[in-house]
Design a protein around this ligand. Structure first.
Ligand code: FRU
Length: 483
């Protein structure tokens, strides 16, 4: 028998041992999805940062490989990205394709913190890496916070583009060969949230409503919040235009827009080099929050990633908004458990009462009939514990309440209710809940809003129930899958 460690995710990636934060170097190459990550191999708290490494062929099952990049005399290895250098623009690969990692060297051994950008190359599909002898490739005399390079090939200008976090803005650079970089522009002053330093940007084009002739650019920016911001670290996004040099935000970006309304989705970015015939933009985030990430109650390991998600841009109420859905591969790890349709709340509860569920997915649809105040599911319940995920009709608000979700006392800001507003004219609501041993992810209204929250319930809290306030009836269709 396999011993299950307390809180160890069943189908979300987590390191077999020790500390993990941001996803790094997300790249697809030769049939493998690479997931590098910020890793402290000698401790369960943030410390001497390395790049850990895992690979997957299906985005659901991961094989952890040895550490890919370790600190050196230039500093620790902070966050960054990876690309396939298909045409050997670097000259490192003798004309063949190979992998390049672009990362931040973080050096705090001197009087002031120094951050510089460096590169490394791999000729064996990411198993071993050689750091470039000309490192660093970008330095700054201005910025103390100068990190998290995300690089992509810009086909129109036929060169590499880098988006880099600089204090509370992002800077854009370009390069013919990933070794020599030229500064182009800076974005972020006077727009967006400035609750803290900007980190882990990503910039990519997406078709609006699937129309490849209508592309819009999306800029993700994570914010390492100042201590007095109660939400802690979170991620905002902008939409706009990018010509290879400058990002110009559109009208909709004048309002702050969040990627996730839970507390535990940070520093997320997208995979590079997904084959054109696939064409998806696949995202993954670190499922924690700097507010309390060093204190979560796991033992021997700490940190997990979100479920990989496909990002699309879709028009909702006349505005192109970012939509998130779990990648289709999730369906391959489903075992159908039950499917019920009806109206009576007590009938649904009679069925749910007999279930003992630890890791599962609920796909549900509700008709928002007159007279209903709020409704939702109580997950991972026992006499003393419950996590509530539901919808308040009156306020058009989706919420997760984790105040009684299990262990919550490791940080004063952990317990709480997290919510997101949906359009008030909804006739019916679709909710998709993904529950693992220490997390719940809520996708509401077909991915329009997402709430990602960690929870630490007892392993014996396996109850599931449904509630509806205001009425005993609500037209529902509920499908449950074991994951
Ligand atoms: C974001 C971050 C990055 C940095 C890394 C260090 O969570 O602070 O800006 O590169 O973590 O581990």
């Amino acid at each position: 028998t396999v011993k299950v460690e307390k809180y160890r995710p069943k189908f979300h990636f987590s390191p077999t041992e020790k500390w993990m934060n941001d996803p790094n170097g997300l790249v697809y190459f030769n049939g493998e999805y690479h997931l590098f990550y910020q890793h402290h191999p000698y401790g369960t708290e943030m410390g001497s940062m390395h790049w850990g490494h895992a690979v997957s062929r299906d985005l659901m099952t991961w094989e952890q490989l040895p550490v890919a990049l370790a600190p050196d005399e230039k500093g620790m290895i902070f966050s960054g990205s990876a690309v396939v250098d298909w045409n050997d623009t670097t000259g490192f690969f003798g004309g063949k394709p190979g992998l390049i990692a672009i990362f931040t060297h973080h050096n705090d051994s001197g009087l002031t913190q120094k951050q510089t950008q460096s590169i490394a190359y791999s000729k064996d599909s990411g198993r071993t890496w050689i750091k470039y002898e000309g490192n660093p490739v970008i330095t700054s005399d201005i910025y103390r916070d100068f990190r998290d390079p995300k690089v992509f090939w810009h086909e129109e200008t036929k060169r590499w583009v880098m988006v880099l976090a600089c204090g509370q803005t992002v800077c854009l650079y370009h390069s013919p060969n990933l070794r020599e970089w030229t500064f182009d522009s800076e974005f972020g002053e006077g727009i967006g949230s400035h609750d803290g330093v900007w980190e882990c940007p990503d910039l990519f084009a997406l078709p609006v409503d699937g129309d490849r002739t209508k592309l819009k650019w999306v800029l993700l920016v994570s914010i390492g919040a100042e201590p007095d911001i109660k939400e802690g670290s979170r991620t905002q996004y902008f939409t706009g235009h990018f010509d290879g040099r400058t990002f110009v935000p559109d009208e909709a970006s004048q309002t702050i827009r969040w990627l996730d309304y839970g507390r535990d989705n940070y520093a997320g970015v997208c995979w590079s080099d997904i084959p054109e015939e696939d064409g998806r933009r696949i995202y993954i985030g670190w499922m924690s929050n700097w507010k309390y990430s060093n204190k979560t109650p796991t033992e021997g390991w700490r940190g997990a990633m979100t479920i990989p998600r496909e990002l699309t841009l879709e028009s909702r109420n006349g505005e192109a908004v970012l939509i998130q859905r779990p990648v289709l591969e999730l369906e391959k790890i489903r075992t159908p458990l039950l499917e019920v349709e009806g109206e009576a709340v007590n009938e649904l509860n009679l069925i749910l009462k007999d279930q003992q569920l630890e890791t599962y997915e609920i796909v549900a649809e509700f008709e928002l009939a007159q007279g209903i105040d709020s409704f939702g599911f109580k997950l991972r319940t026992s006499e003393r514990e419950e996590t509530v995920a539901g919808y308040s009709v009156k306020d058009s608000v989706v919420f997760v309440n984790r105040t009684r979700s299990g262990v919550v006392d490791f940080h004063k800001n952990f317990a709480g209710i997290h919510q997101a507003i949906l359009p008030s004219d909804l006739q019916c609501l679709q909710l998709r809940l993904i529950v693992d041993r220490s997390s719940v992810e809520v996708f509401a209204d077909d991915g329009l809003v997402v709430i990602t929250d960690l929870i630490f319930p007892s392993s014996s809290s396996l109850g599931l129930s449904f509630f509806c306030n205001g009425k005993n009836e609500i037209p529902y269709q509920v499908r449950i899958y074991q994951l």
